[in-house]
Design a protein around this ligand. Sequence first.
Ligand SMILES: [Zn+2]
Length: 72
Amino acid sequence: MGRKKRVGFADLQATHAELEGGEVRCPECKRKVSEADGVRFVRGFGQAEPSLAALNCPRCRTSISIRIIATT
Ligand SMILES: [Zn+2]
C-alpha cells in the first residue's frame, strides 16, 4: 500500500472524426474526451492539418496525447 498515485501520461491514436465524435476515451478512467474538453491541436511545421492533439483529462488529469490519423 501507499504508492502515491501520480498524474499519468497516455499516448493514443485516433482519427479526427473519432475525436470530434467523442469516441476517444481516457485510458486511465475511461471518461470520454472530446474537443469540448479543451483539446489543443499541434500542427507540424508546414502541415495543413494538425497531426497531434493534447489535453488533460477533466476527471483524472492524465495528460493525453492523441496522434491524429489521416483518413485520406
Ligand atoms: Zn481520465
